[in-house]
Design a protein around this ligand. Structure first.
Ligand code: XUL
Ligand code: MN
Length: 344
């Protein structure tokens, strides 16, 4: 299939055993090594990493050991013809991150979060990428009065600055999400992420990752979030998926809930030449009912949906759109788009 110059990525967590908060695994867990061959087979080019996807149990290892293990993973990627897109520090599982990472009320735990993040930068270096994604999972509150929001904002800025200073070639893409696991997160939207980046010591090296489900959970439109960030050259990665209303983060296959919403994300990405800027990441999960041997279809379907929507966007009659805009006949424009999505 024509890929229009786009490169595609996903994280090993997107091939899952189907466990959820109410029930255990329903499919066998595959090791990282078992997952790797799936990438090329499904038409993907790159791997997204949490730090411990590359180096499990890194809290028990020295910096030198961590680097050596990451180097071995880089070799595995090379052998498969894959590259690493980014590394994200997992600051939400260790007991020291119960109250948050960078915004924990405990000073020693904030130090842990920064040290762990530096190790994630080391891993990124060894994997051959200079991109770090910060999903600020536990930086927020269950009980609003439990933290000082002004202090938390400063802690977040300090974390970004510390990492920018630690590695002068590092680029950071902040991934906003309004809730889950926290009741209320400190960086809920693109606007918050961009503002934090612009306040950093080297704003040129801070951008964003837009995840569709996260935007929807914030009550926003993902294509407008994409466009706002792209207007300023700040969209460096995406997690395309879908989300059915305001509930837990579903990570459904791209376009599976709202095809027009997916179309608009692709339209804005494609009209603004995203293939020149970043990779198309798909943060999608197979539904729990999916049998093990069929549990990669959410990935191939999402990739194919993206490419089909590129075709749909490029074949939209731009002259007809412009004429309807000039006539301010937006009802007819609505019909034109719907008819186009239905294949006329
Ligand atoms: C969480 C989420 C994560 C990040 C990477 O909702 O989307 O997978 O994308 O840490
Ligand atoms: Mn994500």
């Amino acid at each position: 299939m024509e890929k229009y110059g786009y490169k595609f990525s996903f994280g090993p967590w997107n091939i899952s055993s189907g466990a959820d908060p109410f029930g255990p695994s329903v499919r066998p867990s595959l090791s990282f090594t078992e997952k790797l061959p799936v990438y090329k087979k499904l038409g993907f080019d790159a791997v997204q990493f949490h730090d411990d996807d590359a180096v499990p149990e890194l809290d028990d290892l020295s910096p030198t050991q961590i680097r050596a293990r990451a180097r071995a993973v880089h070799q595995q990627l090379n052998d498969e013809g894959l590259v690493a897109e980014f590394v994200a520090p997992r600051l939400w599982e260790n007991p020291k991150t119960i109250d948050g990472g960078y915004t924990s009320n405990n000073a020693q735990e904030r130090v842990y979060a920064l040290e762990r993040s530096k190790r994630a930068v080391d891993i990124a270096n060894e994997l051959g990428t200079n991109l770090m994604v910060l999903w600020l999972a536990r930086e927020g509150t269950y009980i609003r009065e439990a933290k000082n929001v002004v202090g938390a904002a400063h802690h977040l800025l300090k974390a970004v600055n510390t990492l920018l200073d630690y590695d002068k070639s590092l680029r950071i893409a902040i991934e906003p999400k309004p809730n889950e696991p926290m009741d209320l997160a400190y960086i809920p939207t693109m606007g918050h992420a961009l503002a934090l980046g612009l306040l950093a010591d080297d704003p040129k090296r801070v951008g964003v990752l837009m995840e569709s489900a996260h935007s929807i959970l914030a009550g926003l439109d993902p294509s407008d979030e994409i466009g706002f960030a792209m207007a300023f050259g700040k969209l460096w990665s995406v997690h395309l998926n879908d989300q059915n209303g305001l509930k837990f983060d579903q990570d459904k296959s791209f376009g599976s809930v709202d095809l027009r919403r997916a179309f608009n994300q692709v339209r804005v990405l494609d009209e603004n030449r995203f293939w020149e800027v970043g990779m198309v990441g798909l943060d999608v999960k197979a539904v729990r009912t999916q049998p093990a041997e069929l549990a990669t279809k959410h990935l191939s379907n999402s990739l194919n949906m993206f490419l089909r929507l590129v075709e749909t966007s490029r074949s939209l009659d731009r002259k007809a759109v412009a004429d309807l805009i000039a006539a301010r006949d937006y009802e007819e424009l609505d019909w034109l788009v719907l008819s186009h999505l239905m294949g006329k």
